[in-house]
Design a binder for this molecule. Structure first.
Ligand SMILES: [Ca+2]
Ligand SMILES: [Ca+2]
Length: 115
């Protein structure tokens, strides 16, 4: 633990690549996607043509050495900001709440039996 006035030593921090996309990362959300007690990441990327995709990075363990990545297209509504991932309609599956690029508040209901 560094004390005030002391330098923070770089060797106490370690950077690690967790996700790469050629598209621009526009937003992200930390959430426990698979309810295993380990927080996961949802990363929103935007292609040059404006199409966005939500990338679920599900950590396989607390070391987060491996992520199971899956992608969810958002059809004709591009995501500008991801707000939440919770069970919006109380059917047992978590749903996405996001703001679209034209300012709409959108819920993307989850019909996937796995998540
Ligand atoms: Ca998890
Ligand atoms: Ca739901």
């Amino acid at each position: 633990m560094a004390h005030p006035g002391e330098d923070i030593h770089v060797d106490l921090w370690e950077s690690k690549l967790v996700f790469y996309s050629k598209d621009t990362i526009v937003d992200y959300l930390a959430s426990d996607v698979d309810d295993d007690g380990i927080s996961d990441l949802i990363v929103v990327t935007m292609a040059p043509n404006g199409a966005t995709q939500m990338n679920m990075l599900v950590a396989s363990d607390t070391a987060k050495a491996n992520f199971d990545a899956s992608q969810i297209g958002t059809s004709n509504q591009s995501v500008s900001q991801i707000l939440a991932y919770f069970d919006y309609n109380a059917d047992g599956s978590k749903d996405f709440i996001f703001v679209s690029v034209i300012g709409e508040l959108v819920v993307l209901l989850n019909l996937d039996p796995v998540y």
